[in-house]
Design a protein around this ligand. Structure first.
Ligand code: BGC
Length: 805
């Protein structure tokens, strides 16, 4: 322990209280011992700054901060140094506000494009996700502010996030879901890791000793502290046993009494409590922000410009037939789409920010002096087409066509369709947009579609659209960045960090997302995202890694640093990259591995290295990608460790997972493996067709039985109790309204919906702690009795208090 002397001076009660927060955003202070408090807030796309950080979450009274592009867009930069730069800027903003710990980044894997929180995550690929998260952390922490890497682990959906049991087989867990965190932890050394709400293989992440003690601390050598996600703590004693150091937020009634009693009774080893106190103390006492207090003001203008640059380096050009883009600067364009005027630039939920400035596409065109005529075309507060808006937009499209001009159409997901706390149920654009787009294309074939949204949509209309640009949720300067690219002031260089599928049914998790009966079966195993499409040879709308620029790049003359490689040694692949265009540009070169003779189940391709290179027009350059030894390993479930399989390995290099012109072979030294006796996924079928029995064999665990709703008890959800009792359902509505009002979430807004889902879907025992006193243990027990149809017992509970089990 680093602070053994200080820990020894704390009483048991002080220690038990110290391992839980003070209010919503602070650690506890112990003035008599000279222990100050540390302030933390969300993350990750800016510094969410409640005007008065206190007891509750807040969406209303926020101070202004720069809204940088969301992770979904930033990941498309594939640019490590850019992420570091963002981290440094976030540190400046944090320090102005006295924030010692910024809650981010999110390194969860995008298992399904339906996940409502995908905008906050980087990729479907663990290496890309982990490397970018590590860069963000390094940048932030170089400015003296701690990061909190989240949500550890397998938090890949919002539906049922408080209760769902993610069932993930060992190889998929280690090679995909944990690998993203592993690279972020090892490459970034975050001050803290935040455990997820859900269960993993039968145990809540907030009390999962396998995750925290074995994987995080023992396997990865992690020395920072672990904090619960807000309200994730189910059984705090088990949590401390598992090595979860800090419970957030402060729960009411506090669990400190129970923690101290458990130590006294010898049911919780006092050394475990001491170790948690020590790890937390270490952060608080070594934080420069805690020591020095709020720092100087950050440069608003410079950070806005950075937000613009980050967006511009990340926006992805996916189609550009006939060189429709870039647009001619002096020619008037037609612009359709309410989203061009009322931009979506961030996601809803805990990462919600009040920006310092906001540039829409309409505003940025005006500012840049680009002539255009505008028609909104559709409303964003409803999905049904509005005939007057449709005819106005079509008239504009016809006029533009008659004048030989180009029409730019902004389409995308509206804010009620995605956000923290809920998932989408389909991949379509809102009806009013999906109907309008083909009509506009028929009226004006020279059409550029510009997409905004946190996650992919089905692009059934793509054949009629010659140019397509994907801007995701691009932050407060996204309008200006879009203009930079549309008019060619900058050459697009973003590449997709996730596959755009043709249809929802094609996605490998389909049929097992979001699961049911409180469990979700990850039947697709290792075959997440492009690993599935490339192995099963399924067509997609746009492959992982794809993206165009205004200058084409060519790859040639590949060479490997070794053709016989010892396990554990890094590998380098060099090649000639040529900019064959007439303008300077950047190219994200990618190297993938395949294992053609493997005895193991292996994806057809796995990203092993990437780098972004800038080349002048016509330039040819020899470049190199470094393949980390991690890319060559697999998880050996029998031995419980990573291992290397001897044999042939192919290295594929190119500009996307579906465009890999260079191929080289090497031999990895070592023994070939005997074939695994586990049932395999049949690549000719959809992963959902794997039987439960075969899945259980791969999982190495019996499947937990589906959870029945009854008997009702402290683990029940208000949504379930409400189905049995009208009074409970009424109570839930009131509680949602009161909580939303106190946190400033407007009715009808996505933040309101998050509050609603959170209240309806958090087990009662945890909701009590989160409710800031609105739901007492006695009231919770009374609600359970009401749902059981026992009003008298409910009264007894209400006035006698108590246990609802
Ligand atoms: C989210 C976390 C966030 C925390 C604090 C939770 O609901 O899942 O990502 O950091 O709230 O706002």
């Amino acid at each position: 322990m680093k602070h053994a002397g200080l820990v020894a001076r704390m009483s048991l009660e002080e220690k038990a209280a110290f391992v839980a927060g003070d209010g919503f955003w602070h650690t506890r202070t112990l003035p008599a011992l000279g222990i100050p408090s540390a302030y933390m807030t969300d993350g990750p796309h800016g510094v969410r700054s409640p005007a008065e950080p206190g007891k509750s979450s807040d969406f209303g009274a926020l101070l202004e901060s720069t809204a940088f592009p969301t992770a979904s867009l930033l990941a498309c930069s594939f640019d490590i140094s850019l992420l570091e730069e963002e981290g440094r800027a976030l540190a400046e903003e944090s320090r102005e506000r006295g924030v010692a710990l910024l809650l981010g980044p999110g390194a969860n894997i995008k298992r399904s494009p339906l996940c409502g929180r995908n905008f906050e995550y980087f990729s479907e690929d663990p290496h890309l996700s982990g490397a970018l998260a590590a860069a963000w952390i390094r940048g932030l922490q170089s400015g003296g502010v701690g990061a909190s890497l989240k949500h550890f682990a397998a938090n890949n959906q919002e539906k049922g996030r408080m209760i769902v049991d993610a069932l993930v087989e060992p190889r998929a867990l280690r090679e995909i879901y944990l690998a993203s965190f592993e690279e972020a932890v090892e490459g970034g050394r975050p001050a803290s890791v935040m455990c997820a709400y859900n269960k993993l293989n039968g145990s809540y992440c907030s009390e999962n000793g396998f995750l925290t003690r074995e994987v995080l601390r023992k396997d990865w050598g992690y020395e920072g502290f672990v904090v619960t996600d807000w309200g994730a703590s189910a059984d705090r004693i088990k949590g401390l046993e598992a090595g979860i150091d800090l419970e957030m937020p402060e729960s009411l009634p506090p669990k400190a009494i129970a923690v101290a009693a458990a130590v006294r009774a010898g049911t919780l080893d006092h050394r475990l409590l001491d170790e948690s106190v020590d790890r937390l103390l270490d952060f608080v006492l070594s934080s420069p922000v805690v020591r020095e207090g709020p720092g100087p003001s950050f440069d608003r203008r410079a950070h806005h410009e950075l937000a613009r640059r980050l967006a511009r380096e990340s926006i992805v050009l996916l189609k550009n037939e006939g060189g429709l883009l870039p647009l001619a600067k002096d020619r008037k364009i037609g612009l359709v789409g309410e989203l061009a005027r009322t931009p979506r630039y961030q996601g809803a939920g805990s990462s919600f920010l009040k920006p310092t400035r906001l540039e829409s596409l309409v505003g940025a065109l005006e500012e840049g002096g680009h002539p255009f005529d505008f028609a909104p075309g559709y409303r964003i507060d409803r999905e049904l087409p509005e005939p007057s808006l449709v005819s106005e937009a079509l008239a504009l499209a016809r006029r533009v066509h008659a004048e030989g001009g180009t029409l730019v159409v902004a389409v995308g997901l509206t804010e009620l369709l995605e956000g923290e706390g809920f998932d989408r149920s389909h991949l379509r654009l809102p009806d009013n947009q999906a109907d309008l787009l083909p009509q506009l294309a028929a009226a004006c074939p020279s059409l550029v579609a510009l997409y905004v949204g946190g996650s992919p949509v089905e692009t059934t209309w793509l054949a009629e659209v010659p140019a397509f640009l994907v801007s995701y949720l691009g932050g407060q300067a996204s309008g200006a960045a879009q203009v930079d690219l549309l008019y060619g002031d900058h050459n697009p260089s973003g590449k997709l960090a996730e596959t755009w599928p043709l249809r929802l049914e094609d996605t490998p998790s389909h049929g097992n997302f979001p699961g049911r009966d409180r469990r979700v079966l990850y039947k697709e195993g290792l075959f997440v995202g492009y690993r599935w499409y490339s192995s099963a040879r399924r067509a997609v709308a746009f492959p992982f890694g794809a993206g165009l620029g205004y200058a084409p790049f060519a790859y040639s003359e590949p060479a490997l640093s070794a053709t016989l490689l010892a396990p554990g040694r890094e590998l380098r692949v060099s090649f000639t990259l040529e900019n064959r265009g007439a303008r300077r540009g950047k190219e994200v070169a990618q190297a993938y591995l395949s294992f053609p003779d493997s005895a193991l189940e292996r994806p057809g391709l796995a990203l092993a290295a990437f780098s972004k290179f800038e080349l002048a027009a016509g330039e040819r350059r020899r470049v190199e990608l470094v393949i980390d030894t991690r890319a060559l390993r697999h998880w050996d479930e029998k031995e419980g460790r990573f291992a290397f399989e001897g044999g042939r390995v192919l290295v594929h290099v190119g500009g996307s997972s579906a465009d890999l012109p260079l191929k080289l072979a090497l031999t990895l030294e070592g023994e070939p493996l005997p074939p695994s006796d586990l049932p395999r996924l049949d690549l000719g079928k959809h992963p959902s067709e794997l039987s439960d029995a075969d899945f259980a064999a791969r999982l190495g665990l019996p499947l937990p039985p589906p959870r029945t709703l009854e008997p009702f008890g402290s683990d029940s959800l208000l949504v379930d109790l409400g189905r049995a009792s009208r009074l409970v359902s009424l109570f839930t509505k009131v509680m949602v309204a009161v909580s939303a009002r106190s946190s400033g979430a407007r009715r009808g807004s996505p933040n309101y919906r998050m509050v609603e889902e959170m209240i309806a879907e958090t087990p009662l025992s945890r909701l009590v702690g989160l409710s800031e006193g609105r739901l007492s243990p006695g009231l919770a027990a009374a609600l359970v009795e009401l749902a059981k149809g026992r009003p008298l017992a409910a009264l007894g509970r209400l006035f006698g208090g108590g246990d609802s089990s």
